[in-house]
Write a protein that binds this ligand. Structure first.
Ligand SMILES: Cc1cc2nc3c(=O)[nH]c(=O)nc-3n(C[C@H](O)[C@H](O)[C@H](O)COP(=O)(O)OP(=O)(O)OC[C@H]3O[C@@H](n4cnc5c(N)ncnc54)[C@H](O)[C@@H]3O)c2cc1C
Length: 409
């Protein structure tokens, strides 16, 4: 039986490339198929879209050889401040502060712009002898048999591998074709995402203001005077705000943002993302595994989406590489069960946790307001509890796969 690659990956967003590199570095051959023309995104200028990467995710990027290309462009997060807020009144006095000095590992995480991360992935995949990247190609079919899986591309080409991994995002057709159902719901919220230039330096502090309509995250970017904002509003508000011209948009943002960073100005393109929860009922099917948003699309309230995906990447790469080293079938039910056992509970629990936090904070009910202020005030006063939360945000809790622990597979 001949195979075009050991592993076929549908989707070359962020988790797809990370998985491809983790597997290829261990000697396996990988073909990544992505619908988008990769180069367009890689050559994008500053647009303000960025990811908050936990310490554990940084370790994975180091382990797969990406960090040296992006490390100097990443902004360390030294503090996270969360506060209740009301438009027009600015943020309430900070009631919860997480400080990197409370853990030994250093900064809790890093803000990295999409344009740098994606370009580094593309360059690394292009240079890797074990990876074939097929851009502007769509996977349209898949068929599984006892010894492998065959996928069909929109061009009519077929490819055969031992395992197919769906990294094709929340609308994963890989999952649908494998008969995997999804559960989920919309939040009636849309995230407005852009970059802001501000007069005063951010000093590496990330802010989260909980507004009744949804959270506003202000995330420090490299250089000191730019931040990326993820501003969640009700769908109707977001539609109206996005339709405003730049000056009006800024006027709508100012009362929510406050003046703690001095004068602010728009500094990037303006994007919108409708927010929803989308969970696959199972992360595996015969010779198929789901990774990243294809398995779990979560609310961006704590910036955990990509971090969760990279945990899947590290776990799946480890079980597959270990199976290959033992001479076992890397697409067998035993291998895939090990992946599902490792990841499904953690990912589902976190997705539902983000859901609860969003429900608790995205409203103006005075009883809930009091409850959450008291609850977070309590966390703020108990160092041991605060440390647990910091370690959770940094991705250091739980049974970590080797790449997330900073070790080779
Ligand atoms: C507003 C917002 C802010 C966020 N902020 C953060 C943050 O601070 N930190 C964080 O960790 N996460 C954050 N996230 C989450 C993060 O963006 C996602 O979790 C992550 O991008 C998912 O990556 P992915 O590779 O799984 O999927 P995607 O990025 O959705 O990639 C899927 C890829 O599959 C391809 N594809 C789809 N179908 C096919 C097909 N049939 N054939 C071939 N290719 C196909 C698509 O072209 C695409 O390239 C945020 C999300 C939002 C909406």
């Amino acid at each position: 039986m001949t195979y075009d690659a050991d592993i076929l990956i549908a989707g070359g967003g962020l988790n797809g490339p990370a998985l491809a590199l983790a597997l290829a570095n261990a000697g396996l051959t990988v073909t990544v198929v992505d619908a988008r023309p990769g180069l367009v995104r890689a050559e994008a200028g500053f647009d303000g879209r960025a990811y908050a990467l936990a310490i554990a995710s940084r370790r994975l990027l180091q382990g797969i050889g990406i960090w040296p290309a992006v490390g100097d462009k990443a902004q360390p997060i030294h503090q996270i401040k969360a506060s209740d807020g009301l438009a027009g009144q600015g943020p309430a006095p900070f009631f919860l502060t997480f400080d990197a000095a409370e853990i030994e590992e250093g900064p809790m995480g890093f803000l990295l712009e999409d344009r740098h991360l994606y370009a580094a992935f593309l360059a690394a995949m292009g240079a890797h002898p074990k990876i074939t990247l097929l851009s502007e190609q769509t996977v349209t079919g898949q068929a599984v048999d006892a010894s492998g899986v065959t996928i069909t591309l929109g061009s009519g080409q077929t490819l055969r591998g031992r395992l197919l991994v769906g990294c094709d995002g929340r609308g994963s057709q890989t999952a649908t074709r494998a008969g995997i159902k999804r559960v989920g719901w919309g939040y009636g919220q849309t995230a407005l995402v852009t970059a802001i230039r501000h007069e005063k330096p951010h000093n590496g502090i990330a802010h989260q203001f909980f507004m009744p309509e949804g959270p506003l995250a202000i995330l420090p970017l490299a250089g000191g005077h730019h931040s990326s904002i993820v501003w969640s509003e009700t769908e109707a508000n977001a539609k109206a705000i996005q339709a405003l011209d730049d000056a009006e948009y800024l006027a709508a943002l100012r009362p929510r943002f406050g003046d703690f960073l001095g004068e602010i100005a728009l500094a990037g393109d303006r994007f919108t993302y409708p927010l929803s929860l989308s969970l696959a009922e199972t992360f595996i099917a015969p010779r198929v595994a789901l990774v990243g948003d294809a398995a779990h699309g979560v609310h961006p309230i704590a910036g955990q989406g990509l971090n969760l995906g990279l945990r899947d990447v590290a776990a799946l790469a480890q079980v597959v590489v270990e199976a290959a080293r033992r001479g076992e079938d890397i697409g067998s039910a035993v291998t895939l069960d090990a992946y599902q056992r490792w990841r499904r509970f953690d990912a589902t629990a976190l997705a539902l946790g983000m859901d609860t936090v969003n429900r608790l904070f995205s409203n103006d009910n005075p009883v809930l307001r009091l409850g959450r202020d008291l609850g977070l005030g309590l966390v703020n006063r108990i160092p041991a509890l605060r440390r647990t939360f910091i370690r959770q945000a940094a991705g250091l809790n739980g049974d970590l796969p080797r790449l997330l622990a900073g070790k080779p597979i």
